[in-house]
Design a protein. Structure first.
Length: 115
């Protein structure tokens, strides 16, 4: 199993970024996918989850309306569109897949929101 995140970077407050997570090594279309983030000195927290076919999406309450999770099963990729970014969104963002008792994480991509 391999999960490779990309799309992070430095963005000004109010800006947007789209993160991607390319998956391989498992049947991507069969599993829900999630994005998490971890800010310096804080625990990793759930950002959003999308069901296997994309019909159900759930978000952390504090992020609703600004972040959108989506997926393309043909490309085996999950996305996180982040709008109206704030300094407190600065973190390393990870994608995750849970297959039964097996949890797989990507290496993460750094998002820094700063002027």
């Amino acid at each position: 199993v391999q999960l490779v995140e990309s799309g992070g970077g430095l963005v000004q407050p109010g800006g947007s970024l789209r993160l991607s997570c390319a998956a391989s090594g498992f049947t991507f279309s069969a599993y829900s996918m999630s994005w998490y983030r971890q800010a310096p000195g804080k625990e990793r927290e759930l950002v959003a989850t999308i069901s296997s076919a994309g019909g159900t999406r759930n978000y952390a309450d504090s992020l609703k309306g600004r972040f959108t999770i989506s997926r393309d099963n043909a490309k085996k990729t999950v996305y996180l569109q982040m709008n109206s970014l704030k300094a407190e969104d600065t973190a390393v963002y990870y994608c995750k897949v849970q297959r039964g008792t097996v949890t797989s994480w990507g290496q993460g991509t750094q998002v820094t929101v700063s002027s």
